[in-house]
Write a protein that binds this ligand. Sequence first.
Ligand SMILES: Cc1ncc(COP(=O)(O)O)c(C=O)c1O
Length: 442
Amino acid sequence: MRNDHIKTDLPGPKARAMIARDTEVISPSYPRDYPFVMSHGRGTEVWDVDGNRFLDFAAGIAVCATGHAHPRVVEAVQNAAGKFLHISSDYWHEEMVGLGERIARFAPMGEPAMSFLCQSGTEAVEGALKLARYVTRRPRFIGFLGGFHGRTMGSLSFTSSKYTQQLGFAPTMPGVTHVPYPNPYRPLFAGADQGQAVLDYIRLLFDRSVPATEVAAILVEPIQGEGGYLVPPEGFLAGVRSLCDEHGILLIFDEVQSGVGRTGKMFACEHWGVAPDIMTLAKGLGSGLPIGAVVAKRTLMSQWKRGAHGNTYGGNPISCAAANATIDLVAGGFAENANAVGAHFMQRLGELRKDFPCIGEVRGKGLMIGMELVEDDAARTPARKLCDALITRAWLNGLLLLPCGVSTIRFMPPLNVTTAQVDEAVGLLRGSLEEVLAAPVS
Ligand SMILES: Cc1ncc(COP(=O)(O)O)c(C=O)c1O
């Protein structure tokens, strides 16, 4: 496919040289899909070290919420860095308290909320699990198959979007029971309401093997991310909420990927009007600066005694400054943009689907959109190789994408992406699809 933005063979000579150095000294465990070597970025555009320009519809795995190097975020970071780089969470400062206030203002709990600040999604999940155990003094948890919550031992016990994440690391934390995440496109249960079927299954577990009185919390992504960008059926999250209320179980929403405007609302759970007791944030919160947060009802988090949980870098001023600027931008219009441009994007992908039977389904909310690829059959057989080939081909044509689930391409561009950029990306996607389908995938 001709593309004026791609000027060298890919990877280009400088990229190849960098990758050769990397191979000697950097862990091979990172699940890298194609050899893009970053030079710099602005908004939704990124350039590699050989001067090739790409549209970034992966946004650093849904992290660059405000696009690359947004001037207001850069300015906030520079200002904070000019004052001090670190003081530790043992002390107080404006950026940290200001972030707690901002999060509390938007928190979907329906009552006052508090935050524990950390550096990543996995730490936020660890903190949420610890808080749930601490306040309930119950040992067990329910998680969902296909869920992704991080890779440290507690969060890893729930992570199950690919078996390779757990392979070689057992035993993980005991007390975690997985149940299926409802997937109407690939139903596991009989009947039309997959959400209700999962709720019934949890009730069955409570009757037979997992005493509800021992369950501290149910941990669930309001839209399942790494597991395939699955949007739950209507009524499912409300049903989980009722189940929790019935049994004194805490509800933890992992909004690490879906939060901070990604779905067109500040938090994905707001699409269904269901409030968690505890919520985890990271990724988009800092526009790329490392930050995570455990957000909980004040009635819960205030029970943590001094020293019960802590860290060195929590509330780091640079990350907090980035997060404060990010929240202001997201609340000031980027979430709305995600909603409007996301609707346009869904429509464009819907049109593409009419021309390509291998696109089985397009689903999502805002700018958290999944495109499921299938073999050309009625059984909706996942087209894994096609998915991999398309992602590589799109990169060669100047579009950065990432997969999720079994054979889903996920689109998670910056929240300030324009309709013109979406149209350009859809054009690149169409051309890439034509190319991979013309050359049979082995
Ligand atoms: C929903 C969810 N939770 C937690 C995590 C873990 O975040 P991190 O990679 O920052 O540890 C991720 C990362 O993809 C995620 O998508």
